[in-house]
Design a protein around this ligand. Structure first.
Ligand code: 0L1
Ligand code: MG
Length: 256
């Protein structure tokens, strides 16, 4: 831990204010030395501010689940962020782009927990706690200017979490090596579910490890966004449509 409580609170306020006022901020690393424990503490503070305004946690997300992204950031760990009800957008719904600073959208796999995951049990089987899987999209909206951030910055910023939409849930099945297509206006991103740690199911196991290390509860009914299956594309005032072979689709419409 490198940050004292006063600086920790100041940085929580800075990120919270950036999100609330839809205005970007400088990398925290420009002015502060922060380690990964500080970063998760700031994240918890940012999420607590949201809970204080009446939001509730309805899931978790993993980030940096592709080898390319990990290599780019010089890390070997996934990162974890927290999803609140205010971030959820209904399948097919409009989403006002004015809510965000510079939103991007990416295709994801979502899992649903049917039971609490007992993290105190060293042999807990998270796969047996999951009952459903669905196509999903995540809106990432880094609070940092020009998406310029360090590893600790992005963790502190709740992993850029800003919004998500989930398609039709289906009973849990193997979803590896499925082709993924994201269309956003004229832009098309193609990928595969294998881009998520080689197999999205590995994201579940990585999550157990991270949740233990970061004391994050995994509760029945929560959603897990496993990671991006293709590159994120900037959001525009168009329909974003994600299709995953065998799982179906999900869409949202950006409006101004
Ligand atoms: O993969 C993720 O959802 C983490 C996103 C954080 C990085 C970004 O904002 O580009
Ligand atoms: Mg994501």
């Amino acid at each position: 831990m490198l940050l004292d409580m006063i600086d920790t609170d100041r940085l929580i306020d800075r990120l919270d204010c950036a999100q609330q006022t839809v205005s970007d901020t400088r990398s925290l690393a420009d002015s502060h030395e922060i380690d990964i424990d500080d970063a998760y503490r700031i994240q918890n503070g940012v999420v607590s501010r949201r809970l204080g305004r009446g939001e509730s946690i309805i899931g978790v997300k993993l980030g940096f689940t592709s080898k390319a992204k990990m290599a780019q950031m010089g890390i070997s760990d996934v990162i974890v962020g927290q999803l609140t009800d205010a971030m959820q957008i209904g399948d097919g719904d409009d989403v006002d782009l004015a809510r965000f600073i510079h939103p991007k959208i990416e295709p994801e796999i979502a899992y649903r927990l049917a039971r609490d995951v007992d993290l105190a049990d060293p042999s807990v089987d998270i796969e047996s706690c999951v009952d459903a899987v669905a196509p999903a999209m995540e809106i990432i909206d880094s609070r940092y200017r020009d998406f310029r951030f360090t590893y600790t910055d992005v963790v502190a910023d709740n992993t850029s979490a800003a919004g998500f939409a989930i398609g039709q849930w289906r009973p849990i099945e193997e979803v590896n090596n499925r082709t993924v297509r994201l269309e956003m206006g004229e832009r098309i991103a193609l990928g595969s579910t294998a881009a998520i740690l080689g197999n999205p199911v590995r994201a579940l196991h990585a999550l157990v490890d991270m949740a233990r290390r970061r004391t994050i509860a995994l509760r029945a009914g929560q959603v897990i966004l496993a990671g991006a299956a293709a590159a994120a594309v900037p959001m525009t005032a168009d329909t974003a449509m994600c299709h995953i072979v065998g799982l179906g689709g999900v869409s949202v419409k950006g409006t101004k």
